[in-house]
Design a protein around this ligand. Structure first.
Ligand code: SF4
Length: 339
């Protein structure tokens, strides 16, 4: 959900995005539908980081793949600079692919182990720009330096790098074609905590320098709090709350957001929190609960929660929540736009 001003400058808009997968179930092989993404709306403007959080299997990574057009949506659309990308031919999509890059969780799996580091970084560059080997080498050397790798590491193979260095390599590869937005899918969750901080700080420095936008997908709220400008909370394929970072971390309004924040460990043993602990497992996206998907785990469930799906409403400036208990407020200069 965004304000009208933010939306006017949106680089990326996601409208009513759905991805449903047919699946065979039971010994009769009945076809059922996994509702991985079920009507997601949000936008990201230039230079902004939107954190996307939620438990495993809530649809965060599938949303990222739909934005990158690695998968086609069942319904809804992804607009890049106002243009729906899923209607574009492969040739029309080329410039969009250049501007929309990705950094994935497991850098080792996403880098070809048989190609030297310099060629891994140069590959997308050569796809988009005609240049001599010497020019490509110069550009790659500059990228290595920018992400904190040494020029002598250009001849090494991915297995010769540490996890953090491999992630720097993945970032250099994404940066090589001068993107505008990078989908970062759990980019630090496989790294040691000390290395996580270095990579996050690098991403923030690069954002400043190149005015990059990020969709930062993660389950670690501390990391998301550090890097994001706004945060969207996802549950069973839907966004249940979206708000500026400070608002969501100090005044969460959706019971699921409250529970997620309460689950964050406090490093001081003398500090005791009144935690709202979530009970029960996340329901299956094959047959999600009726009404509000969260009603089977919500401590405030009412009768209508079981039958009526709550609409997204603005409850404070820039803060949108899908919960029957939250009352909408009338706020000047902001409108419900896309999420
Ligand atoms: Fe809980 Fe009802 Fe709000 Fe859903 S709509 S979060 S079940 S109170």
């Amino acid at each position: 959900m965004t304000t009208a001003r933010e939306n006017a400058a949106a680089l990326l808009e996601v409208r009513g995005l759905c991805k449903h997968f047919p699946t065979q179930h039971g010994w009769l092989g009945r076809t059922q539908t996994v509702r991985a993404v079920d009507g997601v709306n949000f936008s990201i403007s230039g230079g902004e980081t939107l954190g996307l959080v939620g438990e495993s299997g809530c649809g965060k990574s599938t949303t990222g793949k739909l934005i990158l057009r690695l998968q086609d949506p069942t319904a809804g659309e992804v607009l890049w600079n106002g243009q729906p990308i899923h209607d574009l031919s492969q040739s029309a999509l080329r410039p969009v692919r250049r501007e929309l890059q990705a950094v994935f969780q497991d850098p080792y799996a996403s880098l070809n182990p048989r190609i030297r580091a310099a060629d891994i970084v140069a590959e997308p560059l050569r796809n988009y720009e005609a240049m001599s080997a010497g020019q490509a080498n110069e550009r790659v050397a500059a990228l290595f330096e920018r992400v904190g790798l040494r020029p002598d590491q250009m001849v090494k193979y991915p297995f010769e790098f540490s996890g953090g260095q491999r992630q720097r390599l993945g970032i250099a590869r994404a940066l090589s074609v001068q993107p505008k937005l990078i989908v970062c899918d759990e980019p630090v969750s496989a790294l040691d905590v000390s290395v996580q901080a270095q990579v996050i700080n690098l991403l923030m420095d690069l954002q400043q320098q190149f005015k990059l936008s990020y969709l930062f997908i993660a389950h670690d709220l501390a990391v998301v709090e550090h890097i994001s400008h706004r945060v969207a909370v996802m549950y069973l394929g839907r966004i249940v709350e979206i708000a500026p970072k400070r608002t969501i971390f100090t005044r969460p309004q959706h019971p699921y957001t409250e529970a997620l924040l309460d689950a964050v460990p406090v490093p001081d043993p003398l500090v005791r929190k009144n935690r709202r602990v979530l009970t029960g497992d996340v329901p299956s996206p094959i047959n999600p609960p009726s009404g509000c998907h969260f009603h089977t785990r919500c401590p405030y469930t009412e009768e209508r929660c079981r039958v009526e799906s709550p609409a997204m409403r603005q409850v404070a400036p820039g803060q949108f929540v899908a919960c029957h208990l939250r009352q909408p407020v009338s706020i000047k200069h902001t409108t419900d736009v896309s999420a």
